[in-house]
Design a protein around this ligand. Sequence first.
Ligand code: PLP
Length: 436
Amino acid sequence: MNTPVDVNIVNAEIESSGLKNLGKATIREIVGLVNRIQAKSGVNFIRMEMGVPGLRPPQIGIDAEIEALKSGVASDYPMVDGVKALKEESSKFIKNFMGKDISPESCIPTVGSMQGAYATFLICANLDKAKDTALFIDPGFPVQKQQFKVMGHKYESFDVYNYRGEKLREKVESYLKNGNINSIIYSNPNNPSWICFTEDELKIIGELANKYDVIVIEDLAYFAMDFRRDLFHPGKPPYQASVTNYTDNYILLISGSKAFSYAGQRIAVTAISDKLFHRQYSNLLERFGRPEFGATFVLRIIYALSSGAGHSTQYGMAAMLKAANEGRFNFIEEVKEYGERAKIMKEMFLNAGFKIVYDKDINQEIADGFYFTISYPGLTGGELVKELLYHGISAISLDNTGSTRIEGLRACVSQITADKMPVLFERLSAFKQNHQ
Ligand SMILES: Cc1ncc(COP(=O)(O)O)c(C=O)c1O
């Protein structure tokens, strides 16, 4: 087999990495492996394994951070519940782009959505002793499961592939009926499949959350990035689709990383429904010494984790949200490029004999966005990772994402700039040739 990368180098590096099954490797393990193969072989890979923004950070954010630093904020602790400007702009942003009222008080800056999720999972597991388990609607972002492992908390999950539309109700209810579920977690648009739940599906989730008194944790890491509809109309619909239209039991995780290309600064906002923020739980009082949800989240959990988010970074994020709220900064236009890349890349993979694993949003084609999922007939996820490594292409298996469609991979488009497309084409042609 004539491959773009020496098969012996790839095999030797896999062997020395100690990774028995590439299908089970974490994102960071694949990153390390590919770095070593690149160094040994001298071949630059088409890197699709990690979801890092491939665009420049907005100048508005950078300028605001510099200004904040010059004014001396670096020596001051920020308030644990966040700087006023970011809380206020977050509240306005949610009103402008989701049509929802959440007061600034209930918008809490966190060190990335990673921290927002960690704190959220922690509090939700401590509301009611009988409800000790979370429910993931998978596939999902693998590190969140790792967060559960670190905390020693329980979760259940199912792959949504076969439960779209009305079928979702019975499936979700089959878990909630048991009485042990405290929260439902999903990302929308979804990492890794780019599924976007329909309003009907979100309504089902919201209705069930009300019926069984569980909290919906809506991870909006890819806020407004369903590029099939233009969602940049501050103050006017259409809005980012959300469960908030159907329940008050919700927590939103809004990240600066992808929609604002601000991953390095580790900033996000956790927005808690006002009703939930002020709700009291006797178990929180017993466990943390405060009964109120919001106060426990901020003054017990975030305080203990990091005592707030970076000071200047909060001003950077606030400036970007303010500009978006005022219609001066179309953040969606900035990231649309990802959708364009996905369209071209999917076409190339399909022409080389691959299939799209999560191919539909019920009866619509899946949107083009930050990720897409691929499989190749006859190869498992682990085998496909390896075969692609021989061809200078890296991606992670769906195995770690809670997908039961283990034959597939997640491809991230963010690092594949226009100049890399011809290289991808060449390598996929070689792959096709080698698999005839
Ligand atoms: C679904 C999802 N949630 C959360 C995150 C993490 O976001 P942050 O960088 O804000 O911690 C990511 C990043 O890839 C993600 O895909």
